[in-house]
Ligand binder design. Structure first.
Ligand code: CA
Length: 233
């Protein structure tokens, strides 16, 4: 299995390369999208790790290009984003990345995600666009939610709120910030609106014990964090 890393920070690129080589993969790397396009066409790697911010064309531009290339469009892509790029993860998925990780990276997690991507049948075009965390699977095209493979009904606002949380895992957001992101900034709503909807979402997740994933952070707001041990992932 050949993995191509497109990352302009040499230190990160080398760190990932070493880690994946130790796991038995063949790994090559480059620092910009232009070089990457040439290498992808020439080598047809089995998987790409693409940094969002690159000099010249961005990682997103590269993925857009990839998804238009017959014979190459099915190559799975793991996108890397920096913590400061708040709303970008969902955009990344919409652009055609199969998964994403936020820097700083856990190499162990990176290896297990790469393994999962390579195991997945390569049929990106037919795959619905999913946000996942543990047993939660949210389809951002059809707005369908499945937990442990079971369909779960949810309202439009519950969908938007869950989409926000899944796209911004493990980070604390104030009620005001969540209002802006989910309800938009031209609204006349109180912070309590967020509490009400969080309550509804928790109720929805409770049968699976996942209500605890939406954590109240005293004095700050909310954080979405699925404890992996909690449901044996
Ligand atoms: Ca970068």
């Amino acid at each position: 299995m050949h993995i191509l890393i497109i990352e302009d920070e040499a230190a990160i690129r080398d760190m990932i390369r070493l880690s994946l080589e130790q796991a038995g993969y063949r790994v090559s790397g480059c620092a910009d999208a232009e070089t990457a396009r040439r290498e992808i066409v020439e080598w047809k790697p089995d998987c790409l790790i693409v940094d969002w911010m690159l000099p010249g064309d961005s990682g997103i531009d590269l993925v857009h290009w990839l998804r238009r290339q017959p014979g190459l469009q099915q190559i799975p892509v793991l996108m890397l984003t920096a913590r400061s790029e708040e709303t970008d993860t969902i955009t990344g998925l919409e652009a055609g990345a199969d998964d994403y990780m936020t820097k700083p990276l856990s190499l162990r997690e990176l290896r297990s995600r790469i393994k999962a991507l390579l195991r997945r049948p390569a049929q990106w075009q037919d795959q619905p666009q999913l946000l996942r965390d543990g047993p939660i699977q949210l389809n951002i095209e059809t707005h369908e939610l499945a937990i442990d493979g079971q369909p779960v009904k949810l309202s439009k606002k519950e969908f938007q709120l869950l989409k926000f949380f899944l796209g911004h895992r493990n980070r604390v957001f104030s009620r005001d910030r969540i209002l802006d992101a989910v309800w938009g900034s031209d609204r006349y709503l109180e912070d309590r609106t967020v509490d009400v909807h969080v309550l509804r979402l928790r109720k929805l997740l409770k049968p699976w014990g996942l209500d605890r994933c939406i954590q109240t952070v005293r004095g700050s707001g909310y954080r979405f964090h699925c404890d992996e041990a909690q449901h044996g992932q």
